[in-house]
Every structure is written in C-alpha cells, then in structure tokens.
Design a protein around this ligand. Structure first.
Ligand SMILES: Nc1ncnc2c1ncn2[C@@H]1O[C@H](COP(=O)(O)OP(=O)(O)O)[C@@H](O)[C@H]1O
Ligand SMILES: O=c1ccn([C@@H]2O[C@H](COP(=O)(O)O)[C@@H](O)[C@H]2O)c(=O)[nH]1
Length: 211
C-alpha cells in the first residue's frame, strides 16, 4: 500500500470521448489496483420530483451534481476506506435505489464534464486531463449515443443541446480546460495519449509494488 492513492481527473465536453479514454486506460489494468468513478453517478437524486420536472433540470450546471458526496467519497477512498457509490439512471433522470460497493485502490480515475470545474475536486487530483474534441463531432456522437443508450429522441437531444448543453459547456466546461496538465485531442481513438497515460499509471503501480 502506498502513502495515499493517486487521483487522476479526466474532464471534457459531452461526447468528447472522455469515457472511452478512461475505459481504454482502465481496461489495460483490469484486475490491478485501479478504479474509475464517473461524476455522472453523483447527479443529485430527483426521486421526489415528477418526470416532467426532471426533464426541465439543467444537467450541465455544476449545481446538478452532488459534489459534496462525491468529495466525501473520494476522501474516504484516499484513506483506503470503501464507499457505496450511487447509481444514476439516465432514462428516468434520477438515482436508482441501489448502490455499488467500491473498494479502495491505488489509482483512482475521476471522469466527468465538470470534474475540473470544482476547485475542491481539482485539489484532490494529482493529474488533470482534458479531452478536447470539436463541438460538431461531439454533438454527432452524443445524438447517436443518447438514442442508442439513454432512451432519447433526436429532437430531445438537439433541443437540449442548443438550449442548455452548448451554453453551459461554454460557461463552465471549456474554461476548466485551463486547469488541465494534459490535453488529449479527439478522445477514444487517441492511442498514443492512452498509451502514455497507461505507462504513467504502470510506473505508479510499480512504485507501490502492486502490479
Ligand atoms: N475518437 C472517436 N471516434 C469515434 N467515435 C468515438 C470516439 N471517441 C468516442 N466515440 C464514441 O462517441 C460516443 C461518446 O463517447 P464517450 O466516450 O461516451 O464520450 P463522453 O464520455 O465524453 O461523453 C460513444 O458512442 C463513443 O463510442
Ligand atoms: O439525466 C440526465 C443526466 C445527464 N444528462 C446529460 O449527460 C451529459 C453528461 O454525460 P456525458 O457522458 O459526459 O455526455 C450532460 O451533458 C447532460 O446534459 C442528461 O441528458 N440527462
């Protein structure tokens, strides 16, 4: 066990490919001392709101996230304590009643649109990454993904993008790029960047002798 786990933050706009990058890195170390947590798991619980109210929520504003709980959980993991991670269901826009037990690991990857926006989160990170992809590619990827995986229609994705996602991205996500140590263009297919990160993580794991 090391002194404390290493925390890597991976931010980027919706559809930038940050989940793909995170999974590609994570998959190289599956079974070793690494875990990934998506900020999306910490969207605020909305079970008390009717569906029509949930549809009006701004999911791209920092206040949509329960960062207090997110930070509390990261601090527990940093003390090598297990957490019960919330589960978010995009199709009903709220947390599910179940939670997932997560054991502490030496490398913790935090991924989400606004993980670099909150100074308290940034202060917990050892490495900060921003996945940078042009807006036209991001909206095309998001339309395909949200229809296939998140139970959405083209009209609802486009409407939300124009009225909420785009302005919030410009106000909160894009400016957080300046806090990044590393900027990865294009996301999931940038194998050079993924390999560089994997090499760095391998070094960290070798140092704490858990590989
Ligand atoms: N470089 C890429 N080229 C083509 N498609 C990609 C690329 N990176 C990601 N995707 C696809 O785009 C969609 C959004 O990617 P995802 O990693 O979920 O982005 P994010 O987590 O930033 O929203 C997914 O369907 C993914 O398979
Ligand atoms: O209920 C919800 C919760 C979130 N969203 C959208 O999700 C993206 C963030 O996820 P990515 O994987 O980074 O794309 C954010 O832009 C929200 O608008 C949602 O539509 N509904």
């Amino acid at each position: 066990m090391g002194n404390k786990p290493i925390v890597i933050g991976i931010a980027g706009g919706t559809g930038s490919g940050k989940t793909s990058v995170t999974k590609a890195i994570y998959d190289q170390f599956k079974g070793h001392s690494i875990l990934m947590i998506q900020q999306d798991s910490y969207y605020k619980d909305q079970t008390h709101l009717p569906m029509d109210e949930r549809l009006k929520t701004n999911y791209d504003h920092p206040l949509a996230f329960d960062n207090d709980l997110f930070i509390e959980h990261i601090n527990q993991l940093l003390q090598y304590k297990a957490i019960e991670k919330p589960v978010y269901d995009y199709t009903i826009h709220t947390r599910s009643s179940e939670t997932i037990p997560v054991e502490p690991k030496e490398v913790i990857i935090l991924e989400g649109i606004l993980v670099l926006e909150d100074e308290r989160l940034r202060d917990l990170m050892d490495i900060k990454i921003f996945v940078d992809t042009d807006a036209d590619l991001r909206i095309l990827r998001r339309i395909q993904r949200d229809i296939k995986e998140r139970g959405r229609t083209v009209d609802s994705v486009v409407d939300q993008y124009v009225n909420v996602v785009r302005p919030m991205h410009n106000q909160f996500c894009e400016p957080s790029k300046k806090f990044a140590d590393i900027i990865i263009p294009e996301g999931g297919q940038n194998f050079v960047a993924i390999d560089l990160m994997a090499t760095k993580i391998q070094t960290i794991l070798e140092r704490v002798s858990v590989l």
